[in-house]
Design a protein around this ligand. Structure first.
Ligand SMILES: Nc1ncnc2c1ncn2[C@@H]1O[C@H](COP(=O)(O)OP(=O)(O)OP(=O)(O)O)[C@@H](O)[C@H]1O
Ligand SMILES: [Mg+2]
Length: 150
């Protein structure tokens, strides 16, 4: 099943074409790496898929929903683990996970269960009560990805 479908996705900033009629699909369970030169349009592509930039033309479907027509609806299917990790340093590892689960609308009990599940999956259980700012770089990345997957 195709989960993400880009259809001639295009972004033009003034006279610069950042993304030029990009079309490809990603199937369920696939992991895709997007490689390209600096300025090739990778970040702009991700920005369009996550609703942070409006396509100039073309479209993309995420779980069959258009990013141009159902921008808000598709946000429940998406998260990003950015390069500058978006974790709250003064919250504990566990609290960061519960926090993001709450944002995505889980009940208190579901949020707790999700957090515990992610702590185990990402081998962070032992560090669950540490403030996130005290984690090493790699452990922070793991927390950031765990938060994105929730
Ligand atoms: N907000 C903006 N306004 C104008 N031009 C922009 C804007 N954002 C990106 N661009 C331009 O669009 C092109 C694609 O940029 P983008 O950031 O998508 O590249 P990238 O593939 O992520 O590059 P890098 O590998 O350096 O991160 C570049 O020429 C960039 O200068
Ligand atoms: Mg980039």
């Amino acid at each position: 099943m195709e989960i993400i479908q880009l259809q001639n996705l295009t972004k033009v900033y003034k006279n610069r074409v950042a993304v030029d009629h990009l079309s490809f699909s990603i199937n369920e369970g696939e992991v895709l790496g997007l490689l390209g030169f600096n300025g090739a349009g990778k970040t702009t592509t991700i920005k369009m898929l996550t609703g942070l930039a409006k396509p100039t033309s073309g479209d993309a479907l995420i779980f069959g929903k258009s990013i141009t027509k159902h921008t808000n609806e598709i946000k429940q299917y998406l998260n990003v683990a950015p390069q500058e990790t978006a974790i709250a340093g003064n919250l504990t590892v566990y609290e960061n996970l519960v926090f993001i689960a709450n944002i995505y609308g889980f009940t208190k009990e579901e949020a707790h269960n999700k957090a515990v599940e992610m702590l185990e999956k990402f081998r962070l259980t032992e560090r669950k009560d540490d403030k996130a700012k005290k984690l090493s770089g790699g452990l922070k990345r793991r927390l950031s990805i765990a938060m994105a997957l929730i």
